[in-house]
Design a protein. Structure first.
Length: 504
């Protein structure tokens, strides 16, 4: 019994409940952070844009990627201060998920007890979707961190409004809460500027408010803060819709794409049921539970993205990565319910349940963790192919990219392409306000190619290579096929470098 009391006392220390998950998530994040010094095409977009000037970034946003504008500006500032590297590229995502884990822990502790907070906070970093984005140089993890903070604020505001017995939460006025509502609205707006699909958190929070029986004193400021956030993001939403061609590659929604979300919702529903059976925590509104916060946070964004994808194909789970906070919160609540059920008969076992479950889960998910930290976890690697180019090139050689978007490897590793002539390029990506630059007409490319003796072609490898619909790319292929011979061909991590020499 004494060991159980000791374990319970330790976990009830507030700073341990959130500090342990934060440190755990940071450790998961920095482990293998460079992914064997690999960078894939999405991260290459972040890298090359972050190295541009603010004026050049603004010029780009008028053409493409307006939805990522705030993120690009943030990464530009970080690259300026800390230099361009895989650490600078990915560490913001690690820190953001660590913040999210701390928020889950604090919410879980408040709503379902210390074991719920500790279990949920530790579970977040282990979820496969989170592990993948934990070390990704894109904005989705940052949105998850902001979602954790906004949800923590909402829970504190509902709890501060009172128990809500009879008249509903908010029946009794509390202390002044406008600074927290302002912070809530600002967080939702910043997340929307990072990725406006994050606004799906608002209907999730609306369900939580309804479930918790929130009264006018909570609903009114929430509506005001939410409306302000939506209004602030609306210009970006409307403008980015003019660039919808950027997501035209996303496949239409199919049944097999819904298997993963369906499993998540089923598991989340079972965890919510286990939490509700445990009853409300003392000192909180009767209907404010881990289930009333976690289940809407998990289900509503997933269902909202699914509904939107029926109109236009948009279903990519990373767009609603923040919904995994709801999954982690529900897992923590279910673990807490299990601890309470075991405690009367098996006090020692109950005190060890959460650490043991987390340890077993970490071991079971080790193959996933190792795979996510390998270069093979992404479609390609722009740094590896740059190394091959550096080894194969000779001064004065020409270089071609098919499709033109594969020029990203030269933008991220310009030193590897020093001495090569990009004979198709007429305006650089920065000058043209694009990610891939502006290429010459097919006739001009063909003429320039006929003047070369040796050409390096950078393209996709194996099954990832697709016939290009671009007239310029077809002209490149026609001249190379008719007048050149392959003398070297190397494939590495999703990319391919082929060396051509003129016949005779």
């Amino acid at each position: 019994m004494s060991s159980h009391i000791s374990a319970a006392a330790r976990v009830r220390r507030p700073y341990l409940v959130w500090l342990v998950p934060v440190l755990w998530t940071l450790a998961l994040g920095v482990w293998g952070l460079s992914r064997q010094n690999s960078v894939w095409r999405d991260e290459a977009a972040t890298w090359q844009v972050a190295e541009r000037s603010p004026g050049e970034i603004w010029h780009l946003l008028g053409q493409v990627d307006a939805v990522h504008g705030l993120y690009y500006l943030l990464m530009h500032a970080l690259f300026e201060v800390f230099g361009a590297s895989t650490t600078t590229l990915r560490l913001p995502s690690v820190l953001a998920v660590a913040v999210a884990a701390g928020c889950v822990a604090l919410i879980g502790r408040r709503l379902a007890g210390p074991w719920a907070g500790l279990g949920g906070g530790l579970a977040l970093g282990l979820l496969p979707a989170v592990q993948f984005q934990l070390q990704e140089g894109r904005s989705y993890a940052l949105v998850a961190g902001g979602a954790g903070l906004s949800t923590l604020l909402l829970v504190s505001l509902i709890a501060a409004a009172g128990s809500g017995t009879g008249a509903g939460v908010g029946a009794r006025p509390g202390r002044r809460t406008w600074p927290r509502w302002t912070a809530y609205g600002a967080l939702v707006l910043v997340c929307a500027l990072l990725n406006w699909f994050s606004l799906l958190i608002l209907p999730a929070h609306a369900v939580t408010l309804w479930w918790a029986g929130a009264g006018r004193r909570v609903m009114a400021p929430w509506l005001l803060a939410s409306a302000a956030a939506v209004a602030g993001a609306l210009p970006l939403i409307l403008f980015s819709r003019t660039q919808s061609g950027q997501v035209s590659w996303i496949p239409p929604l199919t049944w097999h794409m819904l298997i993963g979300p369906g499993v998540l919702l089923a598991v989340g529903g079972l965890a919510a049921w286990a939490d509700l059976r445990g009853g409300p925590r003392t000192g909180l509104p009767a209907r404010l539970t881990a289930a009333s916060v976690g289940l809407p946070l998990l289900a509503v964004p997933l269902l909202g993205l699914t509904a939107a994808s029926l109109i236009q194909p948009l279903f990519l789970d990373r767009y609603v990565l923040f919904s995994m906070l709801g999954m982690a919160l529900l897992i923590g609540a279910a673990l807490s319910a299990a601890v309470r059920a075991l405690a009367p008969r098996y006090p020692r076992a109950s005190g060890a349940l959460v650490p043991v479950v987390v340890a077993v889960s970490a071991v079971a998910l080790l193959p996933v963790a190792l795979a996510d930290r390998s270069p093979a976890s992404r479609v390609d690697d722009v740094l590896a192919v740059a190394g091959e180019v550096s080894a194969l090139k000779r001064d004065g050689d020409a270089v071609l990219f098919v499709p033109a978007a594969r020029r990203d490897t030269a933008l991220v590793s310009p030193g590897a392409f020093a001495g090569l002539k990009d004979i198709a390029l007429v305006r650089s990506p920065a000058e043209s306000g694009t990610l891939k630059g502006e290429e010459a007409s097919p006739a001009r490319i063909s003429a320039a190619l006929r003047e070369q003796r040796r050409v390096l072609l950078v393209t996709d490898s194996g099954k990832k290579a697709k016939p290009s619909a671009s007239p310029a790319d077809r002209a490149k292929a026609a001249v190379l096929r008719a007048e050149f011979t392959v003398v070297e061909d190397r494939q590495v991590r999703g990319r391919r470098v082929t060396v051509y020499e003129r016949r005779g």
